[in-house]
Design a protein around this ligand. Structure first.
Ligand code: PHE
Length: 450
C-alpha cells in the first residue's frame, strides 16, 4: 500500500531519528572545520547562542507545521493556508525546501562516499592490499563515483522500507554507538602532548572576535545546516510524530543532542589538530589559518589514529564506519523529503518513487563529480547559504503571519497540557514572527552584498 502513513513508534524512536537527521557531517566535519577557521572558542560561543536562540525556534516552527499537517511539506503548509495566494506561497516554500534537500543530498553523498572510502582503507591495509588501499584514498573520478553510488544505494535501501522498519530502526541502533566512540576518543586525545593547548583554543574565547560579522554569519549558517532547517525535512519528520507527544520538549531534546555532538566533535578534533601539529604534521600556518582548509579533518584524524599504534587501524575503521552511519541517518532524511512528496501527491508507489528520485539525485552527484572544483562549492553555496536560510525564513513567516495563533496553541497543546503558561509560549510566537525572519533576512542581505 503506497499511502498508509508511517509514524514513529516511540518517543525515543523519533528523538533518535530526528537527531540522526541533524547529526551528520555538519557536526563532525563542518563544525570543527568552521571553528578552526573562525578563531576557535569565539566561534563556539556564537554558535551556541545562535543555535538555541534562532535555529531552535525555526526548527520548532517546521516540526509544528508537519505535525499539524500530518503530510509532506507542501500539503502540510497548504493545510494552514486560507487564500489561493497563501496556497501558492505554501507550494513555493514546501517545494523549495524539497528541492534544496535533494540538492544537499547530491553533494552530501559525495562527501559521505569519501568517508566510506576512509573506513575501507584500514581494512585493505590490514589485509595487505596496498594497491587497493592507495586507490581508495586517492581522489579520482572513478573512486568518487564508486563510493558515491555505494552510499546512495545504502540510503535507498533504508528509505524503500519506510518509516518504522527503515528510518527508526537504524537511527536508534547507531546513534548511541557514535556518541560512545566520540567520548572514548576524546579521553584518548587528552593523554597526548599538545591537547591542552587545543583545549584552550577551543574553550577560551577572544571576546573581541565574537562581533565579527563573518563569524556570526558562518555560525548561523552552520546552525541551520546542522539542524536540517529550511529543507522541508523537519516538516516531514514532524508529520511522523504522534499527537500524543510533547513537541516542545522533543524539539528541545533534539536540539540539545545535535549541539552536544557538534561540541563533542570539536572537543575531539580541535585538540587533535594541536596534537598533530606538535607531532610535526603541518596543520596551521604562521598566521594561525588552516593549511589544508576544509580537508583538515581528513588529515588530522588519520594522523591521530596512526599515533595509536596497532589498535589505530581498528579505531580508524570504527570511527569512519560510524561517520558513514551518521551521514546515512542524515541522507535518509534528505531522500525521505522528496520521496514522501511524490508518494503522497502523485500517488506513486514508495519503492518506485525512491528509485526514481535516488537515480536523479545520483545523476546530479555524478555531474558534480565530473567537475568537483567548480560545481561542489557552487551547489553547497546555493543550497546551504541561499536555499536553507530563505526557506527557513519563509517557514517562520508562515507560522508567524499566516497561521492563526489559536490554532498554533491548539496544536502545541496536543500532548502538553501546560503550554499557555509556559515560557515557550510567551516568547516563541513573537520570536518566529519578528526576530527569526528579520535575523535571517539580515544574513541573506549580507550574502548578497559580499
Ligand atoms: N544536519 C545534517 C548534518 O549536520 C545535514 C542535513 C541538512 C540533513 C539538511 C538534512 C537536511 O550533517
Amino acid at each position: 500500500m503506497a499511502n498508509v502513513r508511517g509514524e514513529f513508534s516511540s518517543r525515543i524512536g523519533f528523538i533518535l531519528a530526528a537527531a540522526g537527521s541533524a547529526v551528520g557531517l555538519g557536526n563532525i566535519w563542518g563544525f570543527p572545520t568552521q571553528t578552526a577557521n573562525n578563531g576557535g572558542a569565539a566561534f563556539v560561543l556564537v554558535y551556541l547562542i545562535l543555535a538555541f536562540s534562532l535555529a531552535y525556534p525555526a526548527f520548532m516552527a517546521e516540526l509544528l507545521i508537519g505535525r499539524y499537517g500530518q503530510a509532506n511539506a507542501v500539503t502540510s503548509l497548504q493545510k494552514l493556508s486560507r487564500t489561493l495566494f497563501q496556497k501558492r506561497f505554501a507550494f513555493i516554500v514546501g517545494f523549495g525546501g524539497i528541492i534544496f534537500a535533494s540538492l544537499i543530498l547530491s553533494f552530501y553523498g559525495i562527501l559521505a562516499g569519501r568517508m566510506m572510502s576512509f573506513a575501507i582503507e584500514p581494512i585493505t591495509q590490514i589485509a595487505g592490499l596496498d594497491a587497493i588501499s592507495g586507490w581508495v584514498v586517492t581522489d579520482s573520478l572513478i573512486r568518487n563515483l564508486f563510493f558515491t553510488a555505494s552510499f546512495m544505494f545504502l540510503t535507498l535501501y533504508i528509505i524503500r522500507k519506510g518509516v518504522k522498519e527503515g528510518i527508526e530502526k537504524w537511527s536508534s541502533r547507531l546513534m548511541p554507538l557514535l556518541i560512545g566512540l566520540l567520548i572514548c576518543l576524546i579521553v584518548y586525545v587528552f593523554t597526548l602532548e599538545g591537547a591542552s593547548v587545543g583545549l584552550n583554543a577551543y574553550l577560551n574565547p577572544d571576546f573581541t572576535r565574537t562581533l565579527d560579522p563573518n563569524l556570526i554569519i558562518s555560525a548561523l549558517g552552520q546552525a541551520f545546516f546542522s539542524l536540517s532547517i529550511g529543507t522541508s525535512t523537519m516538516v516531514i519528520y514532524g508529520s511522523y510524530i504522534s499527537k500524543k507527544e510533547n513537541l516542545i520538549s522533543l524539539g528541545a531534546q533534539v536540539t540539545l543532542i545535535d549541539v552536544s555532538i557538534a561540541f563533542l566533535a570539536g572537543l575531539l578534533i580541535i585538540p587533535a589538530m594541536y596534537v598533530a601539529q606538535a607531532q610535526g604534521v603541518a596543520i596551521f600556518a604562521e598566521d594561525g589559518s588552516l593549511i589544508s582548509g576544509s580537508n583538515v579533518v581528513f588529515v588530522v584524524l588519520p594522523s591521530l589514529f596512526s599515533s595509536m599504534g596497532a589498535v589505530g587501524s581498528i579505531v580508524a575503521f570504527t570511527f569512519f564506519v560510524l561517520m558513514t552511519i551518521a551521514a546515512l541517518t542524515s541522507s535518509i532524511s534528505m531522500l525521505e523529503t522528496p520521496v514522501s512528496y511524490v508518494v503522497e501527491r502523485h500517488n506513486m508507489e514508495r519503492k518506485k518513487a525512491s528509485m526514481i528520485i535516488g537515480g536523479v539525485i545520483f545523476i546530479i552527484s555524478a555531474a558534480i563529480i565530473s567537475n568537483v572544483e567548480v560545481l561542489l562549492g557552487l551547489v553547497i553555496t546555493i543550497a546551504t547559504e541561499y536555499g536553507q536560510p530563505i526557506i527557513a525564513m519563509l517557514a517562520c513567516i508562515f507560522v508567524g503571519w499566516i497561521w492563526h495563533r489559536n490554532e498554533i496553541l491548539k496544536e502545541l497543546q496536543q500532548g502538553n497540557d501546560d503550554v499557555e503558561n509556559s515560557f515557550f509560549w510567551k516568547v516563541w510566537p513573537w520570536y518566529v514572527k519578528f526576530i527569526c525572519p528579520t535575523a535571517i533576512a539580515l544574513v541573506f542581505i549580507h550574502y548578497l552584498n559580499t
